[in-house]
Write a protein that binds this ligand. Structure first.
Ligand code: GLV
Length: 328
């Protein structure tokens, strides 16, 4: 009898726990399956609900999603954390979340490694004039341009979060002269640090290859403007792996036309997909990729989310937690 009683207490407890804790995984089926496997090992007490399965929004404390889910504020009243399925959170708006809910960017080893690879590839491509040689190949032109080693070539990264810092670490072995610009000062060994509006002009003036890894916020919307591009040294290069809305695309085309920019590598555009016939598609000085620089790797992402759930339950800050006031 006592055993039965105990068992029924356990099941009541479990039922209560179930009601109190649910993780809603709004990812595609393949990803959801892998994340579920990880969660059943690491957080067996947390009820896991995948998209398409029945659940009560009232029971959901955590959501993993790329896009905003309708009626979050009205129906998910116990929601505590929304985890973005990507490094960016500009597609998820605080105004649409319940007041108490936190928003977390996905920072995980897979996203970081892929971004390092892409930015190294793009920076070297500009440094070694790849857009120009691809153009020449199309015309069967055998023309050599002066080459120089990376030593002395000044690379500048805008945005010194985890991705920006990782990218600078990956570029360091080539010998580029490295600098970073961020809203507030960030010290990094071997990297000249510039911060705030006042230090933007000197940062740009010393930057031969500019890499944009900024988050998209009201303050950074349109930041890669005509005025900004004009402050780079003549013949600079641009690697854009932020968001399409950072960049004034007409200004980019003008800067390439005038020689202010020598080449650009774009992984993001506005809009996406870039409409057929847009001048960027066939521009001889632009290398374009369809927003593939980096993407979350499910296994490592699942572990990063588990770690953040543990931090959250201990009352600690989560990795990638977005501050409401600054939007990243
Ligand atoms: C991709 O752009 C991401 O935000 O992860």
């Amino acid at each position: 009898m006592p055993i039965l009683l105990a068992a029924s207490r356990i099941s009541t407890l479990q039922a209560t726990t179930r009601c109190e804790m649910a993780f809603y995984c709004n990812a595609d089926e393949v990803r959801a399956r892998a994340i579920r496997d990880c969660f059943s090992r690491e957080l067996p007490d947390l009820r896991f609900v995948a998209a398409g399965e029945p659940f009560e929004p009232e029971e959901v404390q955590y959501i993993l999603t790329w896009k905003v889910i309708p009626e979050l504020r009205e129906r998910y009243r116990k929601l505590e954390v929304v985890f973005s399925l990507g490094a960016g959170v500009d597609q998820l708006r605080f105004e649409e979340l319940p007041q108490q809910a936190k928003l977390v960017r996905l920072i995980e080893p897979g996203i970081i490694a892929l971004m390092q690879e892409y930015v190294v590839m793009a920076t070297l491509a500009l440094h070694r004039d790849l857009p120009i040689y691809l153009g020449q190949r199309a015309e069967a032109e055998w023309i050599k341009h002066p080459i120089r080693p990376a030593f002395g070539v000044r690379v500048g990264v805008m945005g010194l979060g985890q991705l920006g810092q990782a990218v600078l670490r990956a570029l360091a072995p080539f010998g580029f002269e490295l600098a970073g610009w961020s809203r507030t000062p960030r010290a990094m060994e071997g990297v000249s640090s510039f911060a705030g509006d006042k230090e933007l002009a000197p940062f740009l003036a010393r930057t031969d290859i500019l890499i944009c890894l900024l988050p998209l916020t009201n303050a950074t919307h349109g930041i890669l403007s005509r005025t900004l591009l004009a402050q780079l040294p003549m013949g600079a290069g641009l690697v854009h792996v932020g968001r399409g809305q950072h960049l004034d695309q007409d200004a980019l085309l003008e800067a390439l036309g005038s020689g202010q920019l020598r080449g650009a590598v774009l992984d993001v555009t506005d809009p996406e997909p870039l409409p057929k016939g847009h001048a960027i598609w066939n521009h001889p000085r632009i290398l374009l990729t369809p927003h593939i620089a980096s993407t979350a790797q499910t296994d490592t992402a699942a572990l990063a989310i588990v770690e953040n759930i543990r931090r959250h339950s201990r009352g600690e800050d989560m990795i990638g937690e977005v501050k409401r006031d600054r939007g990243y």
